[in-house]
Design a protein around this ligand. Structure first.
Ligand code: SAM
Length: 408
């Protein structure tokens, strides 16, 4: 969840004057907020080269790379340490995806899970008076609370006090998108972006489909999440009302399949409507959880109207009834139903079953859209996929993704 401070709140805080460092800096969103209240950034680190590019364009400096390779002694002293906490091993989306790919998560994630301890070492050596660690939704409930215990325990050992509800921090929802955070007699109001007016144009949605919500993906592409109640399937359709920061190349074997040069996202140019349906995410990107690992991460939490998503998920998977909230999250907060109709592909050939299916004249016309999903539930839809795969003799890669759920 990203908060945007109301202008009055930002103005009242601008009296402060302090230095900070920006770790796991992403594109520097956190930095914007900290600078707005008087912070001066003296060091930044972010290893993703596209994030580095954007960061450099926005903030005029290229962040240092991998946090593990940084000589801690070279980090300047600072008042506040801000860390866009490497959330993927713990966040709901990260856990779902790692489960789907059969990979460990949390502290067991050998590459990303241990980053917290690297952070702890930096804190121990630099001793900044204040830490600002970006929260991630699943953190408290991850691994039945053990992950949070380790993090809090480590911060306690380092003599830092965590400010949460038990310490007197209160978060009150004032209006649909307006929140107040209060502590010690002071309060600040934050306003969330209202994306409820983002609707797909008529060409992007068929009359018998339901619009679930917009997705502003971290790849910088935008999608519409769409549900087909008759076939019980979801599609991520490219939102072309905004200019997509992407160049598409046609696959060698068919111009119907388009692959993004930057994102690796593969789309099928629908034969029936003027729209592009996401059919593939490059497997290498999904494995490292970078910004191109698929739009599932960015499901439209705050912009889903009523229980439209919950209803659709229960239709697809009736055993979810009574177990999920209206965002598809499991009741105990430990995970979220993974909507992953796309394939994780390695080569263009892996995408060919989608095309074979779409042009297969023996597939009933009413089942055409079942050609564009991998996580099928109904037998009819499954039959369509099997037929398509036989036609190309090459099953698209989908590592145990059928109706994958996050942590149970
Ligand atoms: C949750 S994002 C931070 C978003 C950030 N707060 C912002 O405003 O854009 C976490 C970032 O950590 C970065 N990251 C992960 N592992 C890293 C490493 N070993 N060294 C440096 N950065 C890393 C990721 O590339 C990702 O951009």
């Amino acid at each position: 969840m990203e908060f945007i401070m109301t202008p009055t709140a930002a103005a009242s805080l601008r009296e402060l004057d302090f230095t900070f460092i920006d770790l796991f800096a992403g594109i520097g969103g956190l930095r914007l907020g900290i600078e707005a209240v008087g912070g001066t950034c003296v060091f930044s680190s972010e290893w993703d080269r596209y994030c580095q590019k954007t960061y450099s364009a926005w903030h005029g400096e290229v962040p240092h790379g991998d946090i593990n390779a940084i000589d801690i002694a070279s980090i300047p002293d600072h008042y506040l340490l801000a860390a866009g906490f490497p959330c993927q091993p713990f966040s709901i989306a990260g856990v779902s995806k790692k489960n789907a790919l059969g990979r460990p998560h949390g502290f067991k994630d050998a590459t990303q899970g241990t980053l917290f301890f690297r952070l702890a070492t930096i804190i121990q050596l630099k001793r900044p008076p204040v830490l600002l660690l970006e929260n991630v939704k699943n953190l408290r409930s991850h691994d039945r609370g053990r992950t949070w215990e380790v993090i809090k325990g480590t911060l306690d050992d380092l003599n830092y006090r965590v400010f949460d509800r038990s310490a007197g921090v209160e978060v009150t929802r004032l209006e649909r998108f307006l929140y107040r955070v209060s502590y010690g007699g002071r309060s600040v109001e934050f306003e969330l972006n209202d994306l409820s007016n983002v609707k797909p144009p008529a060409y992007a949605i068929a009359p018998d489909e339901i619009y679930i919500g917009p997705i502003f993906d971290d790849s910088a592409l935008r999608f519409f999440l769409i549900y087909n109640p008759r076939l019980k399937i979801f599609h991520y359709v490219l939102d072309e009302t905004a200019r997509a920061a992407e160049q598409f190349m046609a696959a060698r074997q068919t111009r119907r399949i388009l692959i993004g040069k930057r994102t690796g996202f593969a789309f099928y140019r629908d034969l029936r409507r003027d729209r592009k349906i996401l059919i593939g995410v490059f497997e290498g990107n999904a494995r490292v959880n970078n910004a191109f690992d698929g739009p599932f991460d960015q499901l439209p939490d705050n912009f889903i109207e009523g229980d439209v998503l919950q209803k659709a998920l229960i239709e697809v998977e009736p055993t979810l009834a009574g177990r999920i909230d209206r965002y598809g999250g499991l009741a105990d907060g430990s995970g979220r139903f993974l909507i992953g109709p796309y394939a994780y592909y390695r080569t263009e050939q892996d995408l060919m079953p989608f095309h074979a299916c779409a042009i297969d004249k023996t597939i009933p016309a009413e089942d055409y859209y079942a050609c564009f999903v991998m996580d099928v539930t109904s037998e009819a839809t499954l039959a369509v996929r099997r037929q398509a795969e036989r036609a190309t003799q090459k099953p698209a890669r989908k590592p145990s993704l059928k109706r994958s759920k996050s942590k149970r």
